[in-house]
Ligand binder design. Structure first.
Ligand SMILES: Cc1cc2nc3c(=O)[nH]c(=O)nc-3n(C[C@H](O)[C@H](O)[C@H](O)COP(=O)(O)OP(=O)(O)OC[C@H]3O[C@@H](n4cnc5c(N)ncnc54)[C@H](O)[C@@H]3O)c2cc1C
Length: 487
C-alpha cells in the first residue's frame, strides 16, 4: 500500500523547502520530493541578496518591496549566520537617473519596511569614501544604502533540516512522475534510483520553480491559467576588484542595474542578466551575457574587466509570473499561487517569487490549503530561528568558537560558523576535521554534509553547500570527487 501524507511537495528549492518546513511545524505529515540536489536549480543561482529590490520601485511594486523589506529584518533575526548586512554604493550618473529620483527611491526604501536594524541611506562623496577609489575618475557623487547578503544554497538546506526535525520526510534524487486525483486524495508516482515509489496525499504543492509547466503536464488538473516567463540570469566571478567590503549597484544604459559584490573573500561577483529562454534545463551563461557583464563593470571600474578574467560563472532561470510586460526586466518578481481543487483534493501551483520572500510565500500557500487541511496549526515561522540561527550576536559567537577551538584555523571556524551557525558545535563534536582537501574543505565537514545535509556528489559540496570549489585547484577538486565517489 502507498504511504499517505497530508502534503506532498514537489521541488526542493527555497519555496518547496520553506513550505515543507512551515507545514511540518504545523503538525501536518509532509513528504518533499526533489529530483536532483536541494537548491540545485534556481535557488543556488541567485544574486544572493535579501533585499526589497530598489529597482522594483520604478515599476511601482510597493507591496512586494514592503513585504521583502520586512522579511529582511525578520531573516536577519532568525538566520544571522546565513544573512548579513551589506552596504551598497550607487554611483550617480547625471545622464542616467537624476539625483532627485534616486533620492526619492531611497527615501521610500528606507521607510517602506518600517524601522529595522540597518542604517538609513545617505549621499556620499566618492572622492572621500573608500568605495570611490576603485571607480573610474569622474564619478563624484553617489549614495550608500543597506541591504543584506544571503547564502542561498544553505538557506535551502537549513529549511530542509528544520522540516525534517519537525517530522517531514525529504527525498532528494527522487523525481516526481505523475499524480492523479482520486476524490479527496492524490495518487502520486515518484522515481528514484531504487525504482518507483507510490504515495498518496491529501494535498499537492507544485514548487518546481522554472519547471512548473513541465510538472503540471503530469498532474490531472484543469488547464492552468497561469502563464510563466522563463528568464535566464547569469553571473560572472572574477578575482577581487576592490579591497573594501561594500558592494556596488551600477546603473546600465539599458535601464537595468548590475551588482558587483565582494564574494568569498578573494573574489567579486558580477550579475545579472535578463535573457528570455524557452527551456529551463541546464542553463549556462552565453558569450553575449559574459560580454554584457564585463562591459557593465568596465564602465565603472578603473580596472577593465574582460572575459579572460572570469574564473567561474553560474546561471539560473527565473520562473516569473507573466504579467504581460514587454521586456524581461520589467516582469514582476512577485509570487502568484494558483489553486486547483476541481472535484476534490487540492493542487497548488507556485509561480515566481524571490528568495527574500520565501517564508511569506509559504505562509500564503498554507493559507490557501487551510480549508482542505483544517487540522493544521497556527503560523509559527516568524519567531523560531532556522537551524543554527540561535547564536545571538554573530561576531561574538565566532569569537567564542575561535577561542574554544584554538587548535583549529580561525579562518575556517569563521567560515564554518557562517555555514552552520550554532550547529557547528555538533559538527565539531562528531569528529576531528580529518583530511584537508584544500580550499577550506575538510573531511569532517564533508562527512557531516553527507550524513546530515543530503549531499551526494562532489558538486553538492564544492559548489553549493560550500564554495570551496572556487578556492581549489583542478587537481584538488578531482581528489575530492574521488573521495566522494568512494562513498
Ligand atoms: C539570476 C537570478 C538572480 C536572482 N537573485 C535573487 C536575489 O538576489 N534575491 C532574491 O530574493 N531572489 C533572487 N532570485 C529569485 C530566486 O532565486 C527564485 O525566485 C527562487 O530561487 C525560486 O525558488 P523555487 O524553489 O521556486 O525554484 P527552484 O530553486 O528552481 O526549485 C525548484 C526545484 O524543483 C525541482 N523539480 C523540478 N521538477 C521536478 C520533478 N519532476 N520532481 C522533483 N523535483 C523537481 C528542481 O530540481 C528544483 O530544485 C534570483 C533568480 C535568478 C534566476
Amino acid at each position: 500500500v502507498a504511504a499517505l501524507y497530508d502534503l506532498l511537495v514537489i521541488g526542493g528549492g527555497i519555496n518547496g523547502t520553506g513550505i515543507a518546513r512551515d507545514a511540518a511545524g504545523r503538525g501536518l505529515s509532509v513528504l518533499l520530493a526533489e529530483q536532483d540536489d536541494l537548491g540545485g536549480a534556481t535557488s543556488s543561482a541567485s544574486t544572493k541578496l535579501i533585499h526589497g529590490g530598489l529597482r522594483y520601485l520604478e515599476t511601482f511594486q510597493f507591496r512586494l518591496v514592503r513585504e521583502a523589506l520586512k522579511e529582511r529584518t525578520l531573516l536577519l533575526r532568525v538566520a544571522p549566520h546565513l544573512v548579513s548586512p551589506l552596504r551598497f554604493v550607487l554611483p550617480h550618473e547625471p545622464h542616467l537617473r537624476p539625483a532627485w529620483l534616486l533620492r526619492l527611491g531611497l527615501f521610500l526604501y528606507d521607510r517602506l519596511g518600517g524601522r529595522g536594524p540597518l542604517p538609513p541611506s545617505r549621499p556620499i562623496d566618492l572622492a572621500q569614501d573608500a568605495a570611490g577609489a576603485p571607480l573610474r575618475p569622474g564619478l563624484a557623487r553617489g549614495f550608500a544604502y543597506a541591504d543584506c547578503w544571503v547564502d542561498d544554497a544553505r538557506l535551502v538546506v537549513m529549511n530542509a533540516i528544520s522540516a525534517r526535525e519537525k517530522g517531514a520526510t525529504i527525498l532528494t534524487r527522487c523525481r516526481f512522475e505523475s499524480a492523479v486525483r482520486d476524490g479527496a486524495l492524490w495518487r502520486a508516482v515518484l522515481q528514484d534510483a531504487n525504482g518507483e515509489r507510490r504515495v498518496d496525499a491529501r494535498a499537492l504543492v507544485l514548487a518546481a520553480g522554472p519547471s512548473i509547466r513541465r510538472v503540471q503536464g503530469h498532474v490531472s488538473i484543469a488547464r492552468p491559467a497561469g502563464r510563466v516567463r522563463l528568464v535566464k540570469g547569469s553571473h560572472i566571478v572574477v578575482a577581487r576588484l576592490f579591497a573594501h567590503d561594500s558592494a556596488y549597484i551600477f546603473q546600465n544604459r539599458d535601464g537595468r542595474v548590475v551588482f558587483a559584490i565582494p564574494y568569498e573573500r578573494d573574489f567579486t561577483l558580477i550579475g545579472t542578466t535578463d535573457e528570455p529562454v524557452a527551456d529551463e534545463r541546464a542553463p549556462a551563461i552565453s558569450t553575449t551575457e559574459t560580454d554584457y557583464l564585463c562591459a557593465a563593470a568596465s564602465a565603472y571600474f578603473r580596472q577593465p574587466v574582460s572575459a579572460a578574467d572570469v574564473v567561474w560563472t553560474y546561471a539560473g532561470v527565473r520562473p516569473l509570473w507573466d504579467d504581460g510586460s514587454k521586456d524581461a526586466k520589467s516582469v514582476t518578481r512577485d509570487y502568484v499561487l494558483e489553486l486547483d481543487a476541481e472535484g476534490g483534493a487540492p493542487c497548488l501551483s507556485i509561480y515566481g517569487g524571490k528568495i527574500t520572500t520565501y517564508r511569506r510565500l509559504a505562509l500564503a500557500a498554507l493559507d490557501r490549503l487551510k480549508r482542505f487541511l483544517p487540522q493544521m496549526g497556527a503560523e509559527w515561522t516568524q519567531d523560531e530561528p532556522l537551524p543554527g540561527g540561535d547564536a545571538g550576536p554573530f561576531d561574538d559567537f565566532v569569537k567564542r568558537m575561535q577561542q574554544r577551538h584554538d587548535g583549529l584555523d580561525p579562518g575556517w571556524i569563521a567560515a564554518a560558523a557562517r555555514r552552520h551557525g550554532t550547529r557547528l558545535h555538533r559538527l565539531l563534536e562528531a569528529g576531528p576535521p580529518g583530511r584537508d582537501f584544500g580550499g577550506g574543505l575538510f573531511e569532517g565537514e564533508a562527512r557531516w554534509m553527507r550524513r546530515e545535509e543530503w549531499a551526494r556528489t562532489a558538486e553538492d559540496i564544492l559548489w553549493r553547500r560550500t564554495k570551496s570549489g572556487l578556492h581549489m585547484t583542478a587537481a584538488q577538486r578531482e581528489a575530492f570527487a574521488a573521495w566522494m565517489a568512494e562513498g
